[in-house]
Write a protein that binds this ligand. Structure first.
Ligand code: ZN
Length: 285
């Protein structure tokens, strides 16, 4: 049976039909309006575009914290307490977007065929998913918040309330901070892009700073591998998707772990991962 996958990201909503073999069709993409309440309305309108299709289930991946089918909080979307089943007028499976993308990569993308797959996404923060036997490990709901692994108790403060979380040392937020300090001009570009440009231009301080971030990235990933012992590691997210020195440094660092000698692959599904993962979560058969 066909399933609808919807990926409600920070700026866009994407949706599509996913068949039993994981093939995606009829992809719809809409820019989200600035008003948070209108964003839920846009999602409802996108779903209505598939009214002519008989579907087995609907899955929604959303950039935020999800508990029991309710989006409890999303800083990106400015939404909290959204019950998608009530809003969309039908049963839906709701999950965090990083978890959805991880599930898709593990089942259909770079991790396909491996028994246990650890997916880490490098964006502004660090997200994650652990997929065992094709199923997402959720625990009480938030399993996969790898970005909040504390690596330095005296490190920079994190939005979660702790200090020195992995994402504050090796996520996009850390690369942005370093890039902005190294190259304060060109403020129109995110700091991470300025850092990458400085490394490409051969600036030794930038190269050394990126190496430090990559080493922090490897340290956190190694700790996760020691605990989880995945067969395959997949690295995704915007900063890995974009070719350049950041991707190269992080993939190289991930190839030198003590606790993981198996494959480390870049993600393969790109922007489709969230839609595919939402559909897979909704129709797990
Ligand atoms: Zn944190």
């Amino acid at each position: 049976m066909t399933t609808i996958g919807i990926d409600l990201g920070a700026t866009h909503v994407r949706a599509g039909l996913v068949d039993q073999a994981g093939r995606l069709s009829r992809v719809v993409r809409r820019v989200l309006p600035p008003d948070p309440a209108a964003r839920v309305r846009t999602t409802r309108q996108v779903l209505a575009e598939y009214a002519d299709v008989a579907v087995a289930a609907v899955g929604v991946a959303v950039a935020g914290t999800v508990r029991d089918g309710v989006l409890t909080w999303s800083a990106n979307l400015g939404l909290s307490g959204v019950d998608f089943a009530a809003e969309l007028g039908r049963p839906v499976t709701v999950l965090n977007d990083a978890r959805a993308a991880g599930l898709a990569e593990a089942r259909l993308g770079a991790g396909a065929g491996a028994a246990t797959v650890l997916v880490v996404t490098v964006g502004t923060g660090l997200g994650g998913a652990l997929v065992t036997g094709g199923r997402l490990h959720e625990g009480t709901g938030h399993a996969g918040e790898v970005g909040h692994l504390v690596l330095d108790a005296d490190g920079p403060p994190c939005g979660c309330g702790n200090r020195g979380c992995w994402e504050q040392l090796a996520g996009g937020v850390a690369l942005n901070r370093t890039g902005a300090a190294l190259a304060p001009t060109g403020a129109a570009q995110p700091g991470a892009a300025r850092l990458a440009a400085a490394v490409t231009a051969g600036q030794p301080r930038a190269t050394a700073a990126l190496e430090r971030h990559a080493a922090q990235f490897a340290r956190g990933l190694d700790s996760l591998c020691a605990v989880l012992a995945p067969h395959t590691v997949v690295l995704g997210g915007g900063l890995i998707a974009r070719p350049g020195p950041i991707r190269d440094a992080y993939l190289a660092a991930a190839g030198t772990l003590r606790w993981h000698s198996g494959p480390v692959h870049p993600a393969r599904l790109g922007d489709d991962a969230g839609v595919l993962g939402a559909a897979l979560a909704a129709n797990p058969s």
